[in-house]
Design a protein. Structure first.
Length: 264
């Protein structure tokens, strides 16, 4: 596959991934959304289906890495780093495009949510505002969770370990099944299996940090959150932002090492 195919495929695929994954977070979170308060099950399955859709769309072009941790792991496994920068560039750009499209799709809901005094503060604000104030003090605005992840308990060692562990599970699943004949990405069956693995990780390991398990998935939308003209959006929590980038990259490298020792 050519560098242009890789870049286009990763850009489109990651944009679809974030559009649908961030979209389910917006649907569950935002005021005036019909799916508001649908809960963690909706989020976990929404992200799983987002992965499946993105893999099927982008697979023929780029092999559907859609995740720098996958790209790094495959580079370690195959000892081939030639196209890594192209994959990473497409993934980051696609993640930013997808996050912007979530804002477009939910524009009215974002405005209603972020101008509601019960959510962002004002006369008559009570419990919900207290939670928003607490999140803001920790560095996260009231809608940052639609774009990026954040921990329930801020403990650097635990948060980093959680992201590493979740990513090891994901990458081992990717490496041990469903790779196409060139070993560059997921096939049709691999896309379905990986989607179910993502659901499993979300249900079992997503509680502590929101399971980024993908540096582009977290960093790209966080940049968009910082840039978008959202009223009362609060901060983008940059003090935490390195964990969902570094953790998955470490997890991907560990998984590749395990694969090369145990499976190759």
């Amino acid at each position: 596959m050519s560098s242009s195919d890789i870049f286009i495929g990763e850009t489109i695929g990651t944009a679809i991934l974030i559009l649908l994954g961030g979209g389910v977070c917006a649907a569950v979170t935002l005021k005036a959304s019909k799916a508001r308060n649908a809960g963690w099950l909706a989020i976990a399955f929404g992200w799983g289906f987002a992965v499946m859709t993105a893999v099927y769309i982008s697979g023929p072009l780029s092999g559907a890495h859609l995740n720098p941790a996958v790209t790094i792991a495959l580079a370690i496994k195959n000892s081939d780093w030639n196209n890594v920068p192209v994959y990473l560039a497409g993934q980051l750009l696609g993640a930013m495009i997808g996050a912007t499209l979530v804002w477009v799709a939910y524009y009215g809901q974002f405005h209603a949510h972020l101008t509601d005094k019960e959510i962002v503060g004002g006369p008559g604000a009570q419990a919900t505002t207290a939670k928003a104030v607490e999140a803001e003090e920790q560095g996260a605005g009231p809608v940052l969770g639609i774009f990026s992840t954040g921990p329930e308990i801020r403990n650097v060692a635990q948060n980093l370990a959680t992201e590493i562990i979740g990513t090891v599970v994901l990458i081992l699943a990717v490496l041990t099944q469903g790779l196409n004949d060139k070993g560059n990405g997921l096939g049709v069956l691999g896309g379905l299996i990986t989607a179910l693995v993502v659901v499993s990780i979300g249900l079992s390991l997503g509680g502590p940090t929101g399971y980024a398990i993908n540096p582009a998935r977290d960093l790209g939308p966080r940049i968009v959150h910082a840039l978008l003209p959202l009223p009362n959006k609060g901060r983008s929590d940059w003090s935490y932002a390195w964990i969902p980038v570094v953790g998955p990259l470490i997890g991907g490298a560990i998984a590749a090492g395990i694969y090369n020792v145990a499976f190759a």
